[in-house]
Design a protein around this ligand. Sequence first.
Ligand code: S3P
Length: 446
Amino acid sequence: MKKASGQATPLTAGRAGTLSGTVRVAGDKSISHRALMLGAIATGVTRIRGLLEGEDVIDTARAVTALGARAQKKGDVWEVTGRGVGGLTQPAEAIDYGNSGTGVRLMLGLVAGHPIEVKFIGDASLSRRPMGRVLKPLRQMGLEVVDDKETLPLTVRGSDQLVPMEYVLPVPSAQVKSAILLAGLHAAGETTVVEKEATRDHTERMLRYFGAEVRTQKTANGTRITVKGDAELEGRPVTVPGDPSSAAFLIAAAVLVPDSDVTVEGILYNPTRTGFYKTLQEMGADITLLNMREEGGEPIADVRARGGKRLKGVRVPPERAPSMIDEYPVLAAVAAFAKGATRMEGLAELKVKESDRLAATAAGLAANGVEAKIEGDTLIVTGSKSVPGGGTVATHLDHRIAMAFLTLGLVSEKPVTVDDSRMIATSFPEFRGLMEQLGARYEAGA
Ligand code: S3P
């Protein structure tokens, strides 16, 4: 799948025969961004194996290079030559973050502690997304927002005199938490983030691994995560595990297509990321976890999915949302085949992803004859034994909407078309190749 430029590239999924095989997916997107960024502010060289080479992460590799920390691929390994904490330098040009909300939000936190001026730009989707959620706390610490606005394009000026602070997250967002912690590394004193709902904790884990002091304390009011400022980080080897959010499409397809038997090896199985797999099990899907292990401070598993079991609709509670926030579109596709209704609650954050995913998911389902209803922040999908399909889905520059409906089309009566598949390259360039390796078929065009 090509770089997202030029003409939209529609793609059509038709009914698949049995899916089978054992595959691996590319590296986790969240961990890949963080490995490049921490490598950039560590001393020495950080060698990264299994880095996701999707466009979002490549944008971060370019960004750290523009900021003076060279990231380059040597053989199978990405090497980042770090500048030490506080050592990033003024880039010559604007940093183009393409489609990547994670990249730009974390990077705002990272540049906040440097006395440099940086302009961030992005594509139409990213330029609509709210940056106020990171700018507000970062401003309190000392970041100056040169043009007084909260969407890209945006110019900010950092400071080497950041003030540490305590911040209670108003939204359950690992991006906001991480931006503050990255800024906190550069402040004189301790910076604390309080989260009421657990969000992915890769930043905390990797900061510790690179030698920063990070304390996590569970209290009645949530979890307090404290980072010690004026930190020193040392470059470390990182192996990036497979992305559970990408594997979700393969596993969902295997669950839905009768007689399928698919194993995805080496998936990151951190409990802050596994809500989708837990939900599939509650729906009655045949999912087995094999070979649970720990690598590089993160839990890993091989996940085997077998297809054809009749699924049942379930209630997905709001507190589970952060652990499967990127998986709701594909869960909705699975729910379309379950007996009864699946209620997915607490989805406010879905509205501010690469698209309004709540609306885009419901509209895509409706276009393919599936009963879907939005009630406030809840999505209710009423399943059935067969889904008509035959619709064209508007993807709104959103990779996960495209992949979710290219999964639905493998089991619907008529083919499902997505209006554009280019954005898939931002997170999962191997999507089509891996699906076809398992037995799925896609056709270019509508
Ligand atoms: C991410 C956090 C999530 C997720 C995104 C990656 C991260 O966003 O949707 O794909 O790497 O921290 P929020 O933190 O805004 O929920």
